[in-house]
Design a protein around this ligand. Structure first.
Ligand SMILES: [Mg+2]
Length: 376
């Protein structure tokens, strides 16, 4: 099939403000009350609608505003009138037209795959070769500046079957972080799988000393202790400690993943569609890592149900993203649900949605209720 009978007739974007149920603190920055995002709607002349979500973080990837205007002003002209099923061809044109804006590109790709899946009655996981796993174990982040509130949250989600906890460190003193880990270890079951994420919060001169002392808590991995481009320091730490080291901010793209392999600056890599600019590039990273014996983890930004559904479809179909994932924010962190049927969590695991495309339906009134700017 050279081209289908479908054509894109509309591209609209809402910049939104997600209300949050809890504060979040990380080595790289804090989130107090609400989180900016954007929701993309692509319409076709066949009546099929594809949904996408931009989940940026200004200190990490980019901004909702820049992505929304990037789509509306630079990418919409490429999409209007195009065949939505020519996903890889359209994504190449988009890559040539606008640098960066990986979250906006991820949103466009998920909307195009949503349309493609709906056109053929297949889920995105099926388009990617089928599910490798039906459920994805959830990793819940311990990131509330009120640590007692977080212990309560950890106990609550543990009672729902969650067994993976990722503690955000590096925004307090090292002594305070050690105390938090001690308290968490004694609160949770001895079998709890604990990970530690510095979000770039340490400086290379004493990072190794601090990270080494954290090994006493037997974390499954220690994540991104130093800044994004301090690859040499990452490599030195990876060699020096017994605990696997995970790269998150240090690996956005497949080219970064090749550098990770060459310099061996990580043993684990956080794979996020918002960093890579979509599912195809995220799976390139997973493949490069797999060839080098590096294992993947399903990271997220602050994602609502649309982006989480896209990530879940990808993780379910990608064997090397094997250390769990974070698809709980739409259920437990965001104060508004934009899906008519929320993503399901059962026994501490995300259930991969059934149904064609993303496998979710969007409540347009809910989107309007948190919209702060609309580009049509
Ligand atoms: Mg991280």
């Amino acid at each position: 099939m050279a081209s289908s009978d479908l054509r894109i007739t509309g591209v609209s974007v809402d910049v939104i403000a997600w209300p949050l149920k809890m504060k979040r603190r990380h080595g790289v920055g804090d989130i107090e009350r609400s989180m900016p995002g954007a929701i993309l709607r692509i319409t076709t002349d066949g009546g099929l609608v594809g949904w996408g979500e931009v989940a940026p973080w200004a200190v990490f990837t980019g901004t909702a505003e820049a992505n929304a205007t990037g789509i509306a002003h630079y990418l919409k002209p490429i999409l209007i009138g195009a065949d939505p099923l020519r996903v890889s061809s359209l994504m190449q044109k988009i890559e040539k037209a606008l640098t960066g804006h990986t979250e906006g590109k991820a949103a466009i790709e998920m909307a195009l795959l949503d349309i493609t899946g709906k056109r053929f009655g297949l889920s995105i996981a099926q388009l990617l070769g089928g599910r490798y796993r039906e459920r994805v174990p959830l990793s819940v982040s311990i990131a509330n500046p009120d640590f007692d509130a977080d212990l309560e949250f950890a106990r609550h989600v543990a009672s729902l079957g969650v067994n993976i906890f990722k503690v955000k460190t590096g925004f307090l003193t090292h002594a305070e972080d050690m105390k938090r880990l001690e308290r968490l270890r004694s609160t949770l079951a001895p079998t709890a799988d604990i990970r530690i994420d510095y979000n770039q919060g340490l400086d290379p001169w004493n990072a190794l000393q601090q990270v080494r002392e954290m090994e006493v808590f037997k974390p499954t991995f220690i994540e991104q202790p130093v800044k994004r481009h301090q690859w040499e320091a990452m490599a030195e730490i990876a060699r020096a400690i017994d605990t696997p080291l995970m790269a998150d901010e240090s690996v956005f793209s497949p080219a970064d993943a090749i550098a990770m392999v060459r310099q061996r600056f990580a043993d684990v890599v956080a794979i996020k569609i918002m960093k890579s600019g979509g599912i195809a590039r995220a799976r390139e990273i997973a493949a490069i890592a797999e060839a080098a014996g590096i294992i993947g983890y399903g990271g997220t930004m602050f994602e609502g149900g649309i982006a989480s559904a896209a990530g879940l479809q990808m993780v379910s179909a990608t064997p090397n993203i094997a250390l769990g994932a974070e698809f709980y924010t739409s259920t437990w962190v965001m104060g508004v649900e934009v899906l008519t049927k929320p993503l399901q969590i059962e026994n501490g695991q995300s259930v991969v949605p059934d149904g064609p495309g993303l496998g979710v339906e969007v409540d347009e009134d809910a989107v309007k209720s948190i919209s702060v700017a609309h580009y049509a």
